[in-house]
Design a protein around this ligand. Structure first.
Ligand code: CDP
Length: 225
């Protein structure tokens, strides 16, 4: 691992706003945003599409995949076997299987290798579940971003331009809780707050306020470094 690269790690449960927050923080600080969830989603998408998600040769099919992260500041463009999966990655089918796929050790090793290789070329803001605990334990700044399941459900539905009436929010909050439970109880690199992470609850704070707070924390730390 390149310990001289500067990494801001933003972890937290599903739909807590990590990705949009990380993206804005990267722009404000002149860093590059890398969304680790997209790599797990891309592997799940390909395995589903090509029919090897439950196959006994899963590991060798994974090993044969070509995963590329192309720097395009302030973000990376993801290509998997020369394709850009785009909005398919957020589909219900991928979301339903991604936690199970990402609990596999071979998948985590593959993704972590790609994340660490990306950090060789740029200072990053990386969002995920285990960035501050397992992938970049020496990160310059670690944030654990939370919000209540209901608030996260409302945001997720609004993002998908779906109805946000009470029943829909309750159903989506249930799905998010289930995924969090799965992610937090897996054996390898479970969703967890790093001991030295700053916990920010965004339930009652707007995105701009959360971004400002992270930028302030970063600058305070940088002025002491
Ligand atoms: O957008 P959302 O917060 O719902 O999820 P995501 O960040 O796209 O991640 C999708 C799934 O990938 C998570 O539910 C985890 O199972 C897995 N993941 C992980 O295990 N470790 C990471 N560093 C990032 C994602």
């Amino acid at each position: 691992m390149n310990t001289s690269a500067r990494v801001v790690a933003i972890d937290g449960p599903s739909a807590s706003g990590k990705s949009t927050t990380a993206h804005e923080v990267a722009i404000r600080l002149g860093l590059v945003h890398l969304n680790s969830g997209l790599l797990y989603r891309a592997i799940t998408w390909t395995a589903l599409r090509d029919g090897w998600i439950d196959a006994p040769d899963f590991d060798s099919r994974l090993a044969a995949l070509n995963i590329e992260l192309e720097l395009d500041a302030p973000t990376f463009r993801l290509r998997i076997d020369d394709e850009r999966p785009g909005t398919w990655l957020q589909s219900v089918g991928v979301t339903a299987r991604v936690s199970e796929v990402s609990a596999r050790a071979v998948v985590r090793e593959r993704v972590n290798r790609a994340l660490r290789a990306a950090s060789e070329g740029a200072d990053l803001v990386v969002d995920g579940r285990d960035i501050g605990t397992a992938v970049f334990p020496d990160a310059f700044l670690k944030i654990f971003l939370t919000a209540t399941p209901e608030e996260r459900a409302r945001r997720r539905l609004a993002e998908r331009r779906e109805e946000t009436e009470a029943d829909a929010v309750t159903a989506e909050a249930h799905r998010l809780r289930e995924r969090d439970r799965y992610d937090a109880s897996r054996v390898i690199a479970p969703l967890a707050r790093a001991e030295d992470a700053v916990e920010l609850d965004s339930t009652e704070r707007g995105r701009a306020e959360v971004v400002d707070e992270i930028v302030r924390l970063y600058e305070a730390r940088a002025s002491r470094a």
